[in-house]
Unconditional design. Structure first.
Length: 334
């Protein structure tokens, strides 16, 4: 269930910060953490790094693979990364319910990047179909579970009626459906492209939860104390994202990423190209002028939906949850 355990656990966070290696000791001066294993969903950062866009901004950036969206945000709170990517719903809960000292500096996936994948024999088409079923997800208590719970509540289905288990966000998980061990699983765009390529009759239904999909978060104090670093980060990332969106042939971009990062399946260009293009649609889902922007209307409606669903127990002004100031400065013409 999407509650306090879904994100911040103060005591364990403190111990985690002590046990984990301190990335600040490394040469790069800005660390960005992905929520999971590298994929083309994270191409705006991966390509900007591969193309040298951060270096051109004077920002030495290190990209770190995370092990869950919640942990990526926790690492940012602990000072192990300057920014990370996490689910919009999870972030909002952490801020409102747990007073996490974070702020959204950008919305990268304007809508949810996740779908419910199911098999041909027993397709899951609606929220009602999911009731009583066993659904796999890459991490429990992370952005996938948060997105699913909100979608279920939106359609008046009790999230506790669904058996949620851990299962990789990977094409191989489809085998668990075929074996009858899962009724469905939550897959990212990359996984869905690969599954449908191998099993054209599989079912993939986008999860519509009404909340900004995935966001880049940072410590509020850090953004205030060192705004220039975040301006440089967003300027280079925006350049990368808009270039990918505008490019018809993304092959050179994929090849540049492949030379610098170990991305599973990236060398299969027949799958990688539609994977990247479909991810790019999420970045531009609110129009090309809103790439990376925290769209106020979406944040207002998302917070309202979470309040109506009973996920947020406290009223909050949506405009306090994000800032567009670094992005606006990054996009200013010199």
């Amino acid at each position: 269930m999407l509650d306090r355990r879904t994100f911040l656990k103060g005591a364990s966070l403190a111990s985690t910060a002590v046990l984990l290696p301190r990335f600040a000791q490394a040469a790069p001066n800005f660390a960005f953490m992905t929520p999971f294993t590298f994929s083309l969903a994270f191409a705006p950062v991966l390509y900007a790094k591969a193309a040298g866009y951060y270096e051109k901004e004077g920002l030495a950036l290190n990209v770190i693979q995370g092990k869950g969206a919640a942990l990526a945000a926790q690492m940012t709170i602990a000072g192990q990364a300057q920014a990370s990517r996490t689910g919009g719903g999870n972030y909002i809960v952490s801020r409102v319910q747990n007073n996490a000292p974070l702020i959204s500096i950008a919305t990268i996936a304007q809508v949810s990047p996740f779908s419910i994948v199911s098999g041909e024999a027993h397709p899951l088409k609606t929220a009602a179909d999911i009731k009583g079923k066993t659904i796999g997800m890459a991490s429990l208590g992370g952005s996938m579970e948060a997105t699913l719970n909100l979608m279920l509540r939106k359609h008046h289905v009790d999230p506790s009626s669904v058996n949620k288990v851990k299962a990789a966000d990977a094409p191989g998980t489809y085998g668990l459906l075929q074996a009858g061990r899962l009724d469905g699983f939550i897959g990212s765009v990359s996984t869905v492209v690969k599954v449908l390529g191998a099993f054209p009759k599989a079912r993939a239904v986008p999860i519509d939860d009404g909340v900004p999909g995935h966001v880049y978060v940072a410590l509020r104090d850090a953004v205030q104390k060192d705004p220039d670093s975040f301006v440089k980060f967003l300027r280079a990332t925006h350049r990368s994202a808009t270039e990918i969106i505008a490019t018809d042939d993304v092959t050179p971009i994929i090849e540049a990423i492949a030379k610098n990062f170990d991305v599973p399946g990236i060398k299969d260009l027949d799958e990688a190209r539609p994977d990247l293009k479909q991810n790019a649609q999420l970045w531009a889902a609110r129009g090309k002028d809103n790439v990376l922007r925290n769209v106020p209307e979406d944040w207002a409606s998302g917070v309202q939906a979470m309040e109506d669903a009973g996920i947020l127990k406290t009223k909050v002004d949506p405009t306090t949850l994000y800032t567009n100031a670094p992005l606006e400065k990054a996009l200013q013409k010199s």
